[in-house]
Design a protein around this ligand. Sequence first.
Ligand code: FE2
Ligand code: FE2
Length: 375
Amino acid sequence: MNMHAKHSADATTVEEGLAIQEEQAKFDDDFATETAMSNTLLTPRFYTTDFDELDAIDVTSVRKDWDALIAQMESDPNKGHFKKNEDWDHVDWDGMEPQLKAEFIDFLISSCTAEFSGCVLYKEMKRRGSNKDITQLFQLMARDEARHAGFINDALREAGLRVNLGFLTQSKKYTYFRPKFIYYATYLSEKIGYARYITIFRHLEANPEHRFHPIFKWFEEWCNDEFSHGEAFALLMKTDPKLTESFANKLWIKFFLTAVYSTMYVRDHQRPAFHAALGVDPDWYAHEVFTKTSVLTGQIFPLMLDIENPRWQRNLERMQRANVQIAQGKKAGGFGGFVKRMIGSARAGAAFVSLYTIPAIKHDVPDSTVLRPAY
Ligand SMILES: [Fe+2]
Ligand SMILES: [Fe+2]
C-alpha cells in the first residue's frame, strides 16, 4: 500500500486508518504524546472491559432499529470527509496569542486522546468478539474514531505537534470498567460529544468572526458520527431492561451523569482564553450542552439531572474553585502544597456529593430509542 497517497479520512477500516497514521509517526512530538499520556481525573482515559460479556449481547429484541442503524453506518456518508481541503484556511500559529495557543493545543490533544480512547476500545471489542452483530458495529465505530483522531493530528501537525497513537496504545494505563459501566460512560460521552460539537458549530455558523481555526467547520459531520455511536449504545442498553430500570442501576446512571457533566464543567473552565476566542461564555455553553444531553439521553435513561436547581450551578462553581486549589497545591509542592491539595480534594468531594444528592427528575422512557440529530 502506498501510504503517502492515502489519508486516514479515506480508510474504510480501522486497521487501515491506523496503519496510515503509524506511517506518519516518525514525526511525532514528545510534548503532545506526554500530554496525552497523563492520567488525572480530568484527562481522557483508556478503558478495557469484559469483552466476552459484551460479545454475548443478543440484539434480536431491537433487530429492526439495529439493522437500520448498521445500514446507515455501512453506507459511510463521511468517507473522505475528515481531511484538509480548500475550506481549510491558513492557520497563523505563530501569530496566535500565547495563552489561546496553549489552551487550544490542550483542547486538541485532549480531544485526540478521547477519540483515540474510543477507537482502541471499539477495535479491541471487534478483535476479541465472535458475535457478528457486535463485531460489525464495533468495527464501524472504530473506523470513525480513527478518522477523527487522524484529523485532529493533522491540525496538531501544523503547530509542529502530534500525538503518537501507537505509543499511546501500548503505554497508556487502561482502566477496567464492567460492561454496564462502559455502556453508561461511553454512551454518555458519545451523546455529550455530539451536544458539545453541535453547540459550537451552530454558534460559529451564526458568529463566523469567532471561528479562529478551520477545524470547527468539520464539526457538523463529526458530531453526526458521534450521534450514531450513541444510538448504537442506546440500542445495546435497550436489549437488557435491567440496565436502566433497576434501582441500583438508576443510582449508577445518576452517578455517571453527575460525573460526566461536572468533569466537563471543570475542564472547560480551565480554558478561559479558548472560550473567549470562540465568543462563548463557558457557563452558558455548559448549560446548553447539559440541556441538549439531558433531552437526548431521555431516549434510554429514566431520569434527568435537575440542572435548574440552584444547588447545581452553585456546586459546580465550588468544584471548579476546589480544582483550582488542587492545581495550585500541585504546583507549589512541598508540605504546604500537599495540604492545599488535600483541602481542595475534600472540597471537590463535598461539592460532588452535594451535586449527586440533588433529587433527579424522573421520566418515562419511550418504547423506541431511535432519534435523529435535530440540533
Ligand atoms: Fe469520534
Ligand atoms: Fe464516537
